[in-house]
Design a protein around this ligand. Structure first.
Ligand code: HEC
Length: 342
């Protein structure tokens, strides 16, 4: 050995060098971290064995060690290749699931948001984003309800919610409905955790799918707290042909004024389609108001904005179509109310 380069040492140097190189590639993300780490480990292992190989003189021992080197190198490589493979399958599945949620969000924004709200918060259809009642349903139940719609128990020829599956005259395919079901499920953390799915709530994707400016404005209005007030704040006026809502001075509303049904503290009413609502200005000090359809200070143009009217003045509108009509004063956006038309 004297005078010669020691091939064992050379191998170790090369092996360590390679290991460092792979590790660096891994750290700088030039190479997938797992692959880089695996290759670094294999380089070190092989270098160590090559060193042992050269430090033995006997030819028989050498052959034995050579065989061992190859076996161990493969042995080291195999599990790590398998892990990488399983991991990339899991990655592919995760991105497929994410794509499903995005498709579900796009469908929801176009077909379901008008009744269930852009955030799935519930408007004149029930809340779908994080609804414990829905968590109790199986995926099959949910798919069946969305596919077939919900018939009106008092009149089976009418629907509380229309059927959505194309086979039943709806606008959605079976795949589409699968995406929407995945979207609704994604708001249930217990469900996603039990299935090993990501914890992303797909309803957060809805805004990104809206390309229509009116829908984006509606989304923002609903997000700002445009969700329907609690049921016990609504005054039942379904027996009346006309309803008066007054603008009055207020000590509780931040604007100093509020809407209210005469002598009631609420300006939220339930009326029948065809009922006329008249907003009257009864505030003191010559303060003008107007009535804007929308919420959160953002108009949704579901009914025309009134002219500005001073004390003594009023504005009337007849609600012909069932639906939810939040409203506010364009001059004092903290003056809000809500009309549910049945
Ligand atoms: C025209 C309004 C409207 C639209 C649009 C609409 N729904 Fe509904 N949906 C309703 C109403 C109303 C109910 C509640 C019916 C009842 O009282 O049982 C309902 C109920 C549901 C339920 C059952 C909820 C529960 O707690 O039982 C699901 C799920 C549902 N809708 C999903 C959807 C999906 C998904 C879409 C879009 C593809 C959609 N809905 C579009 C009005 C609508």
């Amino acid at each position: 050995m004297e005078g010669n380069r020691n091939p064992g040492l050379l191998a170790v140097t090369a092996g360590v060098g390679l290991a460092v190189l792979f590790a660096l590639l891994g750290v700088t993300s030039a190479l997938d971290g797992r692959i880089a780490f695996g290759l670094a480990v294999v380089s070190l292992g092989v270098a160590a064995l090559v060193y042992v190989f050269y430090s033995r003189g006997n030819a028989v021992t050498k052959t034995g060690y050579a065989a061992l080197i190859v076996t161990i190198a493969i042995g080291l490589l195999l599990p790590f290749l398998l892990i990488t493979q399983t991991q990339s399958q899991a990655d592919a599945q995760a991105s497929l699931y994410d794509l499903k949620l995005q498709r579900g969000a796009a469908i929801f924004g176009q077909y379901c948001a008008t009744c269930h709200g852009y955030l799935g918060q519930g408007v004149n259809g029930p809340k779908l984003n994080g609804n414990p009642d829905i968590s109790k349903m199986t995926d099959q139940d949910l798919t069946r309800i969305i596919s077939g719609g919900i018939a009106n128990p008092n009149d089976p020829t009418k629907f509380l919610m229309p059927a959505w599956l194309d086979d039943y005259g709806g606008s959605l395919t079976q795949d589409d409905i699968g995406y929407v079901v995945a979207l609704i499920r994604s708001s249930d953390r217990t469900y996603t955790a039990s299935k090993g799915l990501s914890s992303v709530n797909g309803f957060t994707y809805v805004y990104g799918t809206l390309i229509n400016a009116t829908q984006q404005a509606e989304y923002n209005a609903e997000k700002k707290g445009g969700s329907k007030p609690p049921a016990n704040t609504f005054i039942d006026k379904t027996a009346d042909k006309s309803v008066v809502i007054d603008a009055v001075n207020s000590t509780t509303n931040s604007s100093g004024y509020q809407w209210e049904v005469l002598d009631q503290t609420s300006a939220n009413v339930i009326i029948k389609a065809g009922t006329t609502v008249e907003w009257q200005n009864h505030t003191q000090g010559g303060i003008p108001h107007d009535v804007v359809s929308g919420s959160g200070g953002t108009p949704n143009n579901k009914f025309p904005t009134s002219p500005i009217f001073s004390p003594g003045g009023s504005y009337s509108y007849t609600f012909a179509t069932p639906g939810e009509y939040p409203y506010y004063c364009g001059i004092h956006p903290a003056m809000v109310g809500w009309i549910t038309v049945q």
